[in-house]
Design a protein around this ligand. Sequence first.
Ligand SMILES: C[S@@+](CC[C@H](N)C(=O)[O-])C[C@H]1O[C@@H](n2cnc3c(N)ncnc32)[C@H](O)[C@@H]1O
Length: 256
Amino acid sequence: MNEEERRQARAFADLSYEGFRELAGRADLSRYQRIGFPDSLRAGREGAIFDDIRAKLPALEARRGLTVLDIGPGCSDLPAHIIEACRAQGHEIILVDSPEMLAALPDAPFIRKIEGPFPDCAPALAGLSGQVDVVVCYSVLHYVFAAGPLFGFLDAAMGLLRPGGGAMLIGDVPNASMRRRFLASAAGAAFHRHYTGRDEDPVPGFNQPSEGEMDDAVLLSLVARARAAGVDAWVLPQPPELPMANRREDLLLRRP
Ligand SMILES: C[S@@+](CC[C@H](N)C(=O)[O-])C[C@H]1O[C@@H](n2cnc3c(N)ncnc32)[C@H](O)[C@@H]1O
């Protein structure tokens, strides 16, 4: 990441649903920048991200005629991969995002668009309670966390899952505890030197509140919340080749 990209990453750090609406319409930005990523974190890398998503949600390509929901698809190559998999398998896909993001995605008979944010738009999904086979929510949850309590979001999304295997991947969740563990390692110190361009050790910041950030407590509370609601849930690692695998992880949920 060069200095300009580090500046962008700082500017993108505090995005909100409303902030993304403004980015979505910016003709001067790349499609990766419009979803809040410097190019180096996404250009040429979304194929590998999709490979990980389909490995974690095998029904997407193993079965036909499913109902799929993407919460916060954005407008880069990743939703294109997901939409193509749905077309190939005869699935219906429902895309929930802002009108500005949705306008950048294709229209087709198997694609339904619902203007978000989720779960405020849940009434438009009411007929889908217990009817959704696959939910993808990738690189979105930290913006929901910044906007308000998470359990309402999780409860509403879980309510859509079909009994007998309906699965949801809440992917690419930043975890401040994981980042601290990494920064305290030799690999983390080398990464920090490379990232900052400075010859100094990182300060991991153990035993401090994770103000404004998701951490182990938040992720594990989501696992506990899901399990208490009768939905199996696991925290999963990302493959090391993904751009932020050293500080982000995924939540996989499946309704028995
Ligand atoms: C970082 S982008 C990720 C886009 C895509 N999932 C990906 O990983 O390439 C976050 C997306 O989530 C959307 N978003 C943020 N909060 C949302 C919410 N509560 N409901 C639906 N979409 C939301 C934003 O508009 C944006 O398109």
